[in-house]
Design a protein around this ligand. Structure first.
Ligand code: PLP
Length: 406
């Protein structure tokens, strides 16, 4: 094969593109059909929601789980359940999906940001310390790409400063930090079951906790704050999950370890195959010995100074090679997104202009997040990929990067 990349006129590495697809078995399908036939499509405390919740608590080792309609709703519920509201600041990472911060705005509170660690791309505990003010009430920790954040250090800070910790585990269900399931370490954890996530229900999510009060509040907030028939004690939402979604989640959760093993195999082969260009034109986060990575995403960081093409050209070139699972997570760190810097929120500037806040927040540069956003290339890892897919992905990456090498 010629070494000319497909984007420059060469033949693509893959004739059948590598695309992400969730792993849906006949068993999954049959169970969903059975639920549809039963006519019980949605119910608080329905059979399948209850079963999925029970299995999640067993898997994660938490006392409670409450299913919700998606991972964004899970974050909103978690923030409200720990009492976040007007006048509060919540620290999160700027290098994440928007929902980690926009749900803080949905809760009428102010998102503030700590910088990330360049090696793991997760929130840096030392930067959290610097971001804490007398208004800070909580930290939303994201286990980015499936890589657990440094929870021991974060929990120590939280204990010393009296803060709540929400673990946004949308990307990391199944990841382990020093023997503990990620999502079960902070005061409350949130999950997403979007199709690209470890297990899927199409749209879906859950709030997990071992705290009695947070659990009972979360259950109420999930469903209109209703404590009796048409009796509403709290401001709640309709964030319920349907029964057929819960049945799909239950069926998927039964083979979660197999899903993670498959993704791990893909990542291992990919890392081996990329060894000869690692620390030369790329670097990537390696799992530390005390963690299990859930391998949602494979994050590649380009050595831009050694390349004569920018990141977006490299992404286009990889897609042209047939590696269509290539994306960028994330091109703009959240402290630079219009929704944050324009400070409009709910209109007329709330919550930033809220009199309960009565301050002015400035979103300062965060050099590590900006560095990562400029050079990251993401391969979305699917449970159906094979070792050959990993070899092809590495070949495509090497072909493109060697061609654009200075
Ligand atoms: C880190 C993170 N948090 C929250 C979410 C929101 O989850 P959902 O898409 O299920 O609302 C996502 C989804 O991509 C995510 O990646």
């Amino acid at each position: 094969m010629s070494d000319l990349p497909a984007i420059e006129g060469g033949k693509p590495t893959r004739l059948t593109p590598l695309r992400f697809k969730p792993w849906i078995t006949d068993e999954d399908i049959n169970l969903v059909i059975d639920v549809l036939r039963s006519g019980q499509l949605s119910a608080i405390g329905g059979k399948w929601n209850t079963l999925l919740e029970q299995e999640l608590t067993k898997y994660l080792g938490t006392k409670y789980a409450a299913t919700v309609s998606n991972g964004t709703a899970a974050l909103h519920v978690a923030l409200k359940a720990i009492g976040i509201g007007p006048g509060d600041e919540v620290i999160t990472t700027p290098f994440t999906f928007a929902a980690s911060a926009t749900t803080i705005l949905h809760s009428n509170a102010i998102p503030t940001f700590a910088d990330i660690d360049r090696e793991t791309l997760n929130i840096d505990p030392a930067s959290i310390e610097r971001a804490i003010t007398d208004r800070t009430k909580a930290i939303v920790v994201v286990h980015l790409a499936g890589y657990p954040a440094e929870m021991d250090e974060i929990m120590k800070i939280a204990r010393e400063r009296g803060l709540y910790v929400i673990e946004d585990t949308a990307q990391a269900l199944g990841a382990i930090y020093r023997g503990k399931m990620v999502g079960s370490i902070g005061h409350v954890g949130t999950l997403s079951f979007y199709p690209t996530k470890t297990i899927t229900t199409g749209e879906g999510g859950a709030v997990v906790t071992s705290d009695d009060e947070i659990a009972s509040k979360a259950r109420l907030i999930r469903s209109h704050g209703e404590t009796g028939k048409y009796y509403y004690e709290l401001l709640g939402y309709n964030y319920r999950m349907t029964e057929f979604q819960a049945a799909l989640g239950y069926s998927q959760l039964r083979r979660i370890e197999e899903i993670i093993k498959r993704k791990e195999n893909f990542a291992k082969v990919l890392m081996e195959e990329l060894q000869d260009i690692e620390n030369d034109i790329i670097q990537f986060p390696h799992p530390r010995p005390y963690i299990r990575h859930a391998w949602h995403l494979f994050q590649v960081l380009l050595s831009l100074e050694r390349l004569r093409a920018n990141r977006d050209r490299i992404v286009e070139a990889l897609r042209a090679e047939g590696i269509e699972a290539t994306t960028v997570a994330y091109p703009i760190p959240l402290h630079k997104e219009p929704v944050i810097i324009n400070m409009m929120g709910h209109g007329k500037g709330c919550p930033w202009t809220c009199p309960f806040y009565g301050r002015k927040v400035t979103y300062n540069p965060l050099p590590n997040a900006e560095w990562a956003a400029e050079r990251v290339v993401t391969i979305l890892i699917g449970p159906l990929y094979t070792a050959e897919d990993a070899v092809d992905t590495a070949r495509a990456i090497k072909r493109v990067l060697n061609y654009y090498r200075k």
